[in-house]
Design a protein around this ligand. Structure first.
Ligand code: ATP
Ligand code: MG
Length: 197
């Protein structure tokens, strides 16, 4: 078994997340990709994060009917801040002998020096970084501590300029977000009045 893991805040999940997961699945020969929304984000955010239950529900709606994608709720139900190292250890216990491929955008992995136990993270998984607008893979080398950089496998993929920040701002401004995120997520945002001023 080769298991992909895409972690994040997913506030909300959007089509670039889904594309990154699917592209990695096919190109890296993954059996499945787990989408893992964090509970309490370990890094302080500059905005109020939507309750984890709502973010998880949107992930579940987005992956519904997609055979190779699964919502993994373990971080939402774990006490305290969500650390990638803990999640990777739990997944390795669940899938002994499986290969865990942790997929991140280049912007996220650029921060790896600030993660909890980064030297454990790179040993617990195969770490794949995907290019993202505004964060070229060349910028990575300058941002990542030199002892961690050799562990990062770089993947170039079509860059998609969608972010959850953009979706929250567009909703607040009354602009459309359909085609940026699945219809079921658009409906959830409307029904639960998320991201209004
Ligand atoms: P926010 O704007 O709130 O930070 P986001 O769009 O960056 O949201 P996250 O939940 O922070 O979404 O990201 C989860 C993971 O998906 C991270 O590894 C991030 O780098 C990656 N990711 C998100 N959007 C893209 C994108 N457009 N292209 C490539 N990777 C992405
Ligand atoms: Mg982000």
């Amino acid at each position: 078994m080769r298991i992909g893991v895409l972690g994040g805040t997913f506030d909300p999940i959007h089509n670039a997340h889904l594309f990154v997961a699917e592209d990695a699945r096919v190109r890296l020969g993954l059996d499945t990709v787990l989408v893992v929304p964090n509970g309490v984000p370990p890094h302080k955010k500059e905005y109020t994060v939507t309750p984890a239950e709502d973010r998880l529900r949107m992930v579940e709606l987005a992956v519904k009917g997609r055979a190779h994608l699964r919502a993994e709720p373990m971080e939402v139900y774990r006490e305290g801040p969500s650390y990638t190292a803990d999640t990777l250890r739990a997944l390795r216990d669940e899938h002994p002998g499986g290969e865990i491929v942790f997929i991140t955008g280049a912007d996220a992995v650029a921060e790896i020096g600030t993660w909890h136990e980064p030297e454990q993270v790179v040993r617990l998984c195969r770490l794949v970084a995907v290019s993202r607008p505004g964060m070229g893979l060349n910028d990575l080398k300058d941002r990542v501590p030199p002892e961690l950089f050799p562990f990062i496998e770089v993947h170039t993929a079509p860059e998609i300029g969608i972010s959850a920040t953009m979706i929250r701002e567009r909703v607040r401004e009354g602009l459309p977000v359909c085609y940026l995120t699945p219809d079921a997520v658009v409906r959830y945002i409307e029904e639960h009045k998320l991201y209004r001023a």
